[in-house]
Design a protein around this ligand. Sequence first.
Ligand SMILES: Cc1ncc(COP(=O)(O)O)c(C=O)c1O
Length: 499
Amino acid sequence: MSTHTTVSYCAKRTLSAQATRCLNPDNINPHVKEAKYAVRGELAVKAEEYRVKLAQGDKSLPFDSVIFANIGNPQQLDQKPITFFRQVLSLLENPQLLDRPEALRTSFGYEQDVIDRAKVLLADVQSVGAYSHSQGAPIIRKSVAKFIEERDGFPANPSDLFLCAGASSGVSTILNVICNGPQAGVLVPIPQYPLYTATLSLLNAQCVPYLLEEEKAWGTDVNAIRASLEKAKSNGTDVRSIVVINPGNPTGASLGLDDIKSVLDIAAEEKLVVIADEVYQTNVFEGEFTSFKKRLRQLQQEQPGKYDNVELVSLHSVSKGMVGECGQRGGYFELVGFDPEVAAQIYKLVSIGLCPPVIGQCLMEMMVNPPKEGSPSHEVYKTEYNGIRDGLHKRAMALYDAFQKMEGVECQKPQGAMYLFPTITLPPKAVEAAAAEKRAADEFYCLRLLDATGVCVVPGSGFGQKENTLHFRTTFLAPGTDWVERIVKFHAEFMAKYQ
Ligand SMILES: Cc1ncc(COP(=O)(O)O)c(C=O)c1O
């Protein structure tokens, strides 16, 4: 049910129903009401209303399509699924097709490696309609471990891996274990993906914000982290963990080796669990991705003893990268350096939810173990994968170039992920007009943008931003340049109106 439907349904509550129902907005868990999640907030609801109006033939709007640039949802914006993945999934969903291999090959163009992969996965999971092991099917965890080993050059153990229903579910699991009371605090980068602040609100724990450095391509600032940590500790917060999103959302920043080391240094000194959200690890345009696990293992070799106590959780997902299968809900997290008894409790916690979606697990297996060079599906896979990767880079640069030309807009060069997060400097009259509507100025700007162009972006306040700065976040997933032109035109008119 969409948020919009929920809202209109609730609006129909009658007084008598209110009197007889157990639940009303004032007696539900207050932490649910406190949690904020701007990427699916008011703007997204309004954008969906516009989409429905257009679909019903409404001609009164000043645009003919809605562009959902508010959320990293690639297949909503025209990205095609990778053929190999979907062919295997189709066989997993309908194994009877495997009885007709000739038809699959000749009528549908399925290659032998598609059929073979489906058989291997089915031999392990039996049916995608059956619960699997709570940590995820063993064969799939084995593939993930192999992928991590090849990526990092250090061993990985399938028993340290937990497959999950997207990285979101993994984050929730870990924060549930870390947050042991209202004093528990977690260092969260600002700006951040609001999953973290929202989950901490739900858990009634403390978000300890640390500001990223916009001027240094949104890098991490060790001093800012230490200052936030000290301030929180002096206020009685028990800071237990630090979140790092690399490559960054909403910033798009990709962290270098020194940045990663400084976080690991602080974690080692202060006994902090590092939560490394690495869901954008293949969306890197500048430099090379280095995982926190790899850097940790390097440092453990270079300086024996110093990093032995570091606990690290590293997360990945099928939602991003060139896969973009957000709706299938596949992800994993790897525990590094955890006490086995804590790991056992994490296992118990995930087992309460029985198992992650088995289809999502199978997709994860294919993501980490795609068709190899020389196998029949490899050529098409490579062409599709590279096409998506190059297309994303091109779109990022086109949007960045457009921002360069806009008055009062400054943007860091895209390095990775799926987003740009420009600063906007708005004329005082626009800020006053926003205040008159009791809105933050960036929210006001984004609402006017949506009303005028159908382009839905998210105000910087939804991610957190340095005081007295304004931003918005947009994905660069939408195809074509028309929507970028709409933003440029709107911006010029907005600035002229409030000059
Ligand atoms: C930084 C970050 N982490 C986690 C997620 C959630 O991903 P998933 O779809 O795997 O739950 C997102 C989604 O946009 C994200 O941007």
